[in-house]
Design a protein around this ligand. Structure first.
Ligand SMILES: [Zn+2]
Length: 113
């Protein structure tokens, strides 16, 4: 599948994720989606990211802010539920809350490698 097609599938899945979140009473705002190499290098230098191979560079990742009853959360059982839902949509989908070495619960990606 071409990168453009992968990006289109990813974006369709993001639409499903937002709809599911809203149906659960979780309201979202966007953080970052596409990220430049220059910005990624800054994050690596600052320790906010550990890789120059981020899926944000390929338009295959998005970060969200989660509002539950008006309060901003990055860890919450409902967010874990959304992470599980995300991964159920496609075997290539990964939720950052399941990353092995650090918790990145606001991060949803399609990992094509
Ligand atoms: Zn991210």
């Amino acid at each position: 599948m071409s990168l453009s097609k992968e990006q289109q599938v990813f974006t369709q899945h993001v639409a499903l994720l937002i709809t599911r979140a809203n149906s659960m009473g979780v309201n979202l705002t966007f953080g970052e989606a596409w990220r430049t190499k220059e910005q990624q290098a800054i994050y690596v230098k600052q320790g906010k990211s550990r890789t120059m191979d981020s899926n944000h560079l390929k338009r295959l990742a998005v970060d969200f802010n989660f509002f539950i009853a008006g309060t901003l959360f990055y860890r919450h059982p409902l967010i874990s539920e959304l992470g599980n839902y995300w991964e159920s949509l496609d075997r290539l989908n990964r939720w950052g809350g399941h990353f092995q070495f650090f918790y990145d619960g606001d991060h949803f990606e399609r990992n094509i490698i």
